[in-house]
Structure formats: structure tokens, C-alpha cells
Design a protein around this ligand. Structure first.
Ligand SMILES: [Zn+2]
Ligand SMILES: [Zn+2]
Length: 239
């Protein structure tokens, strides 16, 4: 994680601004002591000591930390964004980056493939309960360069929830909207040929979008037919 609590006064500090004499640092979640890690190659962060039992102590890669910092930095410097914060403690949820964008409370969750569908759905409901509009951002990867793609279960779920779009993070405040179109295989039967729906999808990529300029808040109703999409407050692209 990129932030921790200075035990002495309860102040939240970012790893980039913390000093050794600020120690000890504790995790906001499990309250255990965490270690400040700084190096020439890795982004500064706080690490739990083994054995790690805290949900914020595992699964965060260097790549994930770098995306969070990049999003945070590009939002912070924009005058249409206020109260930008990394890892804001909201009790049941802790968004990677959160801020008021054009006056709208927004939570941004960066996704690098480790989170379960249940957790994404749970957090989406929690943000709604708190009146916050959520934007889930998987990170763009090589697999998306191909014409056909097998979306993971949570990507299918995002696609259904965000009205047929998944927004992949590219850099800074820039995301790429991608649509999954059904793909049919042509199979030879004994008497005639027939079509079968493939698990793979055809990728339809839109123009890159800016998080601050091209998104607006939207309240959507649950849809039981489509992959159990819950009632949700979402940031969706204006197009
Ligand atoms: Zn912890
Ligand atoms: Zn995250």
C-alpha cells in the first residue's frame, strides 16, 4: 500500500513523504506495524511483515502501485478535481484513488486481475450505499491487441454493468473504452452447418477518453437477467 498511519499522532502519510524517524507506521486496517520500503527502482510503499493476514497486505504488485500513483498525480493537478486522495479509509471500502471530479464524489478502483467477482460486486454496492460513483479500471494489457479475446468473468460483469463497455486504463487520466461483441463459430454438422456462440469476443475499441472530461455520474437499476448486475452508482462515458 502507498499510505500508512503514523502511530505517534494518527496522521496518514504517503510513502513518498514519510521519513524513517516517523516510525512506527501502522496499517489502517489491521493496525499492525508496516515497514517503509524505498528503493531506486521500486515505487515507495509500505509492506506488511509476514505472516500476512491483512487483506491490504497481499496481492498488490509494483504495477498496481504505479497505476494508482499515475492516476492520483494526473487528477491532483487538475483544477476540476478536489479532495483527491489515495487509499481513503471509508470503513468497508478503501478506493485506490478518490476525489470530487466536477463536484461529483468518485471512487476509482484499479484492477490487475486478482480480485474476485464477489468482491467487485460487494464494493460496487458499498459505494452506492455511501453515495459515491465508482469507476472500475482494469489495466490495458497485450491480450487486448488481438481481434478475439476471452474476457475473464469479472470483465464480463463490468461489461454488463457499464452498459456494454469496459474502460481500460492506459496512462494518467486516459482510458480506452472497449466493447465485447459476440462471436460465432461456424461448425460442420452431418446434415448441415451451424453456428455456435464462442466464449471469445470480438473487441471493438473506441477513442481514448479522459476521466475528467468524458465521464458523468449515472444511477443504474439492478438487472437480474444480466450476470446479476446490482443497483449501482457509476461513472460512465458520455458518448
Ligand atoms: Zn493491514
Ligand atoms: Zn486496487
Amino acid at each position: 500500500m502507498l499510505t500508512a498511519i503514523r502511530e505517534r499522532d494518527g496522521q496518514k502519510l504517503g510513502a513518498w513523504e514519510a521519513h524513517r524517524d516517523d516510525r512506527p507506521f501502522v496499517c489502517f486496517c489491521c493496525q499492525r506495524v508496516v515497514t517503509l520500503r524505498r528503493g531506486h527502482i521500486i515505487a515507495p510503499h509500505f509492506a506488511h511483515q509476514p505472516p500476512v493476514t491483512c487483506e491490504y497486505g497481499t496481492g498488490e504488485s509494483e504495477a498496481h502501485r504505479r497505476c494508482k500513483i499515475a492516476i492520483y498525480e494526473s487528477l491532483c493537478t487538475d483544477s476540476r478535481v478536489t479532495k483527491c486522495e489515495l487509499e481513503r479509509n471509508l470503513g468497508t471500502v478503501r478506493p485506490d484513488v478518490s476525489a470530487y471530479i466536477n463536484g461529483v464524489p468518485v471512487a476509482i478502483e484499479v484492477q490487475l486481475s486478482t480480485l474476485s467477482l464477489e468482491k467487485i460486486a460487494y464494493r460496487t454496492s458499498e459505494y452506492r450505499r455511501k453515495g459515491i460513483y465508482v469507476l472500475w479500471l482494469p489495466v490495458y494489457h497485450r491480450g487486448l491487441d488481438q481481434e478475439l479475446y476471452s474476457p475473464r468473468p469479472w470483465e464480463r460483469w463490468l461489461h454488463a454493468t457499464y452498459f456494454g463497455r469496459v474502460y481500460y486504463w492506459l496512462e494518467g487520466a486516459t482510458v480506452l473504452p472497449v466493447r465485447f461483441r459476440d462471436y460465432y463459430l461456424l461448425l460442420r454438422g452431418r446434415t448441415r452447418d451451424y453456428q455456435k456462440l464462442s466464449r471469445r469476443k470480438v473487441l471493438i475499441t473506441g477513442q481514448p477518453l479522459n476521466l475528467i472530461e468524458h465521464f458523468k455520474p449515472f444511477d443504474r437499476d439492478a438487472c437480474a437477467r444480466q450476470l446479476r448486475v446490482p443497483n449501482a452508482k457509476l461513472m460512465i462515458a458520455v458518448q
